[in-house]
Design a protein around this ligand. Structure first.
Ligand SMILES: [Zn+2]
Length: 305
């Protein structure tokens, strides 16, 4: 049965008129376009973690100008080719994460805008009004852009958290998106520092360099750990295999490279999974050491066991 279906489909594609007429009694299905899920949920100890795809887009110009500022075009092309990805375009993902501790819903980062985040949250079974806490890893537009929608605050019942150092920096030299999205929270946002807990089991960790006060978070429940990495590394090949390649968006490139090496080495040593905001969807993977860098090992079914 399976086999005959396969033959019909294949011949339909190559357009054999005899076979097309042989299958004419079946209505042809319209092409639906590529599809991708917009949430992925798994358990970590007693916590439930959901990655939320707030958006994805193809960037068609010069990835080397973003991810490999300090290497030659030849090296960039060779590495890309060896890893089966093109060197002239790439796919960008934006991945906020929801942690349900059993008592509270905590959202980490908010997407480029509220629309995609709200849609994905609802797909995942949550309403924006249910979010108890919003934690910001740093203040780049693709992480804070979802704080407000056309009606005002997207997460009406939430309290807000960010790194103290990050706030101080942007308070001094902010941009329009900061003024629009974060400044209105000035009087109520809670400032945190490395080592501080958002709640028991959610601990901030310094990951400075991408921005001056960028934070990552260790999530721990019932003996299981995961790193929520934000933007400490932004591409699964160009940043993980070559942590010293310079990223255009890293404010302090030397410090960012040191941070990448430090965190990647910890993840590899501890065999700890991590969620990267810009890793390939659904954003969850492991890290192995490889040559002088690291290899991204996308999660498969580990979290289902
Ligand atoms: Zn980002």
């Amino acid at each position: 049965m399976k086999k005959s279906l396969f033959i019909k489909r294949r011949n339909f594609i190559i357009g054999s008129s005899a076979l097309v007429s042989a299958t004419a009694s079946q209505a042809s299905a319209p092409l639906l376009g590529p599809s991708i899920s917009n949430f992925r949920r798994f358990q970590l100890g007693n916590f439930e973690i959901t990655t939320i795809l707030s958006g994805t887009r193809t960037i068609n110009n010069d990835p080397q100008g973003i991810f490999g500022l300090n290497v030659s075009k030849e090296v960039f092309s060779e590495v890309s080719k060896n890893n089966n990805i093109p060197d002239d375009r790439f796919q960008m993902f934006y991945t906020p994460t929801v942690v349900n501790t059993g008592n509270e819903l905590i959202l980490f980062d908010t997407g480029q805008n509220s629309e995609g985040t709200e849609t994905a949250l609802i797909s995942a079974g949550y309403y924006p009004d249910q979010i108890d806490k919003v934690v910001l890893t740093h203040f780049h537009g693709d992480h804070i852009g979802g704080l407000r929608n056309s009606k005002g605050r997207t997460f009406k019942n939430a309290s807000y958290y960010c790194g103290e150092l990050e706030y101080e920096e942007w308070d001094f030299s902010g941009n329009d998106t900061f003024e629009q999205m974060v400044r209105p929270l000035e009087d109520e946002i809670s400032m945190i520092n490395p080592g501080d807990d958002i709640v028991s089991g959610v601990t901030a960790m310094a990951a400075y360099g991408h921005t001056p006060g960028h934070l990552a978070f260790i999530i721990e429940s019932n003996g299981k750990q995961l790193l929520l990495g934000g933007d400490f590394a932004n591409h699964y090949v160009w940043s993980l295999a070559y942590p010293d390649w310079e990223l255009r968006f890293d404010r302090d490139r030397e410090m960012a490279a040191k941070t990448r090496r430090k965190i990647l080495s910890m993840l590899a040593y501890e065999k700890m999974p991590f969620i990267g905001y810009h890793m390939p969807w659904p954003g969850l993977g492991y890290v192995d050491t490889h040559n002088d860098g690291y290899h991204y090992n996308a999660a498969s079914y580990q979290m289902m066991l």
